[in-house]
Unconditional design. Structure first.
Length: 484
């Protein structure tokens, strides 16, 4: 994906492991976070729980940069949760890294969150007016503070349910408190969360099922929309805390964000992307000599396009594997530099050829134009852009953080204008109907808000302008790493 600039800001990865008596549980979470690294490359953290006592470590950087054997060895427990982050709510500072550990009268709670709350600012202000002090700029702390406040006269399950009655937005939560590991998915099921079980009886919660083979567990099922699962004494208890909301799994998980080897809500991500490419070829055929992808997120759709069209698939762009996804850079100058470092043209493969270049999406339309120029400078006779998702015309407020509408190239320009801006010879997007057919989910269960403006919930007016994000006004904060 070339255009993930300012687009996906708080799409994080969460994992929770329950394995009483198993040594090195933190190491399992560490490896699981490696499998989720594509979901966030800004910070990483692990919290372990032994008998209600929580120890944790978190810092800025990639998983392998944050942790080493010594740190992992100090994190001992029967349960553990982990998190990789790229920020939306809260700036890029270590104080905003997760898991978030909070203390209340009965003990400690550790929480990791993937998603975005659309009423976080309102709730934060109300709680601050009531005397609550916040230490971070992340909306996850609002959830933790609500739980701590509600637990006084309730069980932890009741406190969580009561707290979630107040919040609005998207969330997949993993929580450890007392002797429990808890997973929660928002009422619309916007953000993914699944459950796996190992032969040794261990249980794992994860944003994606691609984690499970590495940890030796099998996918059991996805956590349902509006469901809370409580893992305790080796058993899984389910509470359907919210019913009746419109199911709205994020379509961008299928077309871009998730790893191709994951399954989400029973649907294989690879299959969905391949079908997007096939349908794209039927909707927007063009005579050409070779189909190429913008690696890596466009690869599967490009293969599907090539197979359907009968045009050979080949490599035209080589990716520097040591440069992360270009959107996982909070600074615009760094993002632009990483795009230049990221891709190089295979001149011998594209010179003199008519090229179909398949990408998974276009947001601003600036970076893809640079790639078109690179291909033509390398001798490509024609470059035809094909996009395996529909035009992005509206911002997302649920964790897939698109820019303001004015910055979305498809919101203010026609297809012909975008084509001219990129310098391509032709441009074609898959239709919304085609994408939904490719994903293959039951009708009405996929969120297409960024493509249609049809949001799965009403957006609070004061939050829309700000994107529902609370900012932490600070220049530098030392990370808190401690054991409690």
């Amino acid at each position: 994906m070339t255009e993930m600039i300012d687009k996906f800001h708080d799409e994080c990865g969460v994992i929770g492991v329950y394995a009483p008596g198993k040594e090195d549980i933190a190491r399992g979470v560490y490896f699981g976070l490696h499998s989720l690294q594509h979901r966030g490359q800004e910070s990483a953290g692990i919290a372990v729980n032994r008998g209600g006592k929580i120890s944790y470590y978190k810092d800025m950087g990639l998983v392998q940069e944050v942790f080493n054997d010594e740190i992992i060895g100090r994190l001992q427990g029967d349960m553990a949760i982990g998190h990789v982050r790229y920020s939306t709510a809260g700036e890029s500072h270590a104080v905003n890294a997760m898991p978030l550990v909070a203390y209340y009268r009965g003990g400690a709670i550790a929480l990791a969150h993937n998603g975005n709350l659309i009423n976080a600012d309102t709730l934060r202000c109300e709680m601050q007016d009531a005397g609550v002090i916040f230490q971070t700029g992340i909306d996850s702390e609002v959830i933790a503070a609500l739980i701590a406040r509600n637990i006084k006269d309730n069980t932890i399950e009741e406190a969580i349910v009561k707290s979630l009655e107040t919040v609005k937005g998207a969330y997949a939560l993993v929580i450890t408190v007392g002797n429990k590991l808890i997973g929660v998915r928002d009422p619309n099921g916007i953000r993914p969360l699944c459950i796996g079980r190992g032969e040794d009886g261990s249980l794992v919660l994860s944003s994606e099922s691609c984690v499970f083979p590495l940890l030796g567990v099998e996918l059991i099922r996805d956590v349902d929309a509006g469901e809370m699962v409580i893992i305790e004494d080796g058993e899984i208890k389910s509470i359907q805390y919210h019913k009746g909301a419109r199911k709205a799994m994020c379509s961008f998980e299928y077309v871009y964000f998730a790893r191709p080897d994951s399954r989400m809500d029973g649907i294989g991500v690879y299959t969905a992307r391949s079908e997007c490419g096939r349908i794209l070829a039927r909707e927007h055929p063009v005579a050409a000599d070779m189909v190429i992808s913008v690696p890596d997120s466009g690869n599967v759709a490009a293969i599907g396009y090539a197979e359907e069209s009968g045009i050979p698939y080949g490599e035209g762009l080589i990716k520097n594997r040591y440069v992360g996804r270009t959107f996982i850079q909070p600074n615009q100058r760094m993002r632009e530099l990483s795009v230049k470092l990221k891709l190089n043209v295979l001149k011998g493969n594209v010179a003199g050829k008519r090229i179909i270049m398949v990408d998974d999406s276009i947001v601003r339309g600036t970076t893809i134009g640079k790639i078109v120029k690179m291909l033509k400078d390398a001798g490509a006779k024609e470059v035809h852009i094909r996009v395996a998702s529909p035009p992005v015309i509206a911002p997302c407020f649920f964790g897939i953080d698109t820019p303001n509408k004015e910055k979305l190239v498809a919101s203010g320009h026609t297809l012909e204008e975008i084509c001219r801006m990129t310098g391509a010879d032709s441009l074609g997007y898959i239709s919304v109907e085609g994408m939904l057919t490719a994903i293959g989910a039951p009708e009405g269960t996929i969120c297409t808000a960024c493509f249609t403006g049809d949001y799965p919930m009403k957006l609070p007016e004061p939050e829309v302008g700000s994107g529902g994000r609370a900012e932490l006004e600070t220049d530098s904060v030392d990370v808190e790493k401690r054991e409690e």
